[in-house]
Design a protein around this ligand. Structure first.
Ligand SMILES: [Zn+2]
Length: 279
């Protein structure tokens, strides 16, 4: 079968050396999904993609595709948006998480405009540096979940769609029932049903769920561009990210490599026993 010449916007997911002078790149393209390309002679200055194959940049790639071939030859690469995410470790680490998640969702031949645009937006925010990297990351994660049809219920009950009020509204830090397996926050009776059906149901602070819902509105652009919503301190952001990262891990059925350090610490939103006793 004849090869076809394709051209598309792309983000590199991974790159590794191949032989003496070539590079294999895995990329998420906007309209062709995941592609695996061989860049021959990549270190020769006259090559059409010399110095244009860096992680975190938005690229335009041109390649020759043939059905059934594992590795298509790259024919050209151009940088559309250069980013400098190697300068700051927390931003770099958040950008690595973004690429890893995109890589877990990207499928060959499956157009992924929504994922691609979310990735570009998150990398732009990390590069611009106007907000904490954890905020850009958690907002990306929430958008990513929504793009996969896995958005957690954060304000209403995941099972019946009704209100899901705090279990003890007068507690110093009120909590609501939450189950990753059931899709998120639950009302009291749906929580009981889920437990009876053998699902794991825990509780999370209502304030953390509210902050997550707020960031989800950012992620889905349900807010004017200049309205960044309420600020969250670093601990608050970590609490939200803890919820979102564990939810993601549950639904992806895998712990992303770049999450290991963050998720190695005990659950940040576990009930504080001392707090109850002191009441
Ligand atoms: Zn319910």
């Amino acid at each position: 079968m004849a090869a076809v010449r394709l051209r598309d916007q792309a983000l590199l997911l991974r790159r590794f050396p191949y032989g003496e002078s070539s590079l294999v790149v895995h990329a998420l393209t906007r309209d062709h999904g995941r592609v695996h390309l061989l860049a021959k002679g990549v270190y020769r200055p006259k090559t059409p993609f010399y110095a244009a194959l860096d992680l975190f940049d938005t690229l335009e790639l041109e390649w020759s595709a043939r059905a059934g071939r594992d590795l298509d030859p790259l024919a050209g690469a151009r940088i559309l948006e250069r980013r400098h995410l190697g300068r700051d470790l927390p931003r770099y680490e958040a950008a690595v998480c973004v690429l890893e998640l995109l890589g877990m969702a990207a499928r060959p031949g499956a157009p992924a405009p929504r994922l691609f645009d979310l990735g570009v937006r998150a990398l732009d925010e990390l590069d611009e540096g106007r907000e904490p990297p954890a905020r850009a990351l958690v907002s990306f994660e929430l958008g990513f979940l929504a793009a996969l049809g896995l958005a957690p219920a954060l304000t209403t009950c995941a099972a019946c769609g009704g209100d899901a009020p705090a279990l003890e509204p007068d507690a110093p830090s009120p909590r609501a029932a939450f189950s990753a397996g059931a899709g998120g926050r639950l009302c009291r009776s749906c929580a009981e049903e889920a437990r009876a059906a053998g699902r794991r149901v825990g509780t999370l602070p209502v304030a953390v769920l509210g902050a997550a819902a707020d960031l989800a509105r950012d992620a889905l652009r349900e807010r004017a561009a200049d309205d960044r919503g309420p600020a969250l301190d670093p601990a608050g952001l970590d609490n939200v990210r803890d919820v979102v990262a564990r939810f993601l891990e549950y639904h992806l059925e895998a712990r992303p490599k770049s999450y290991r350090a963050f998720l190695a610490s005990p659950q940040r939103n576990a009930p504080r026993r001392g707090a109850t006793a002191a009441r």
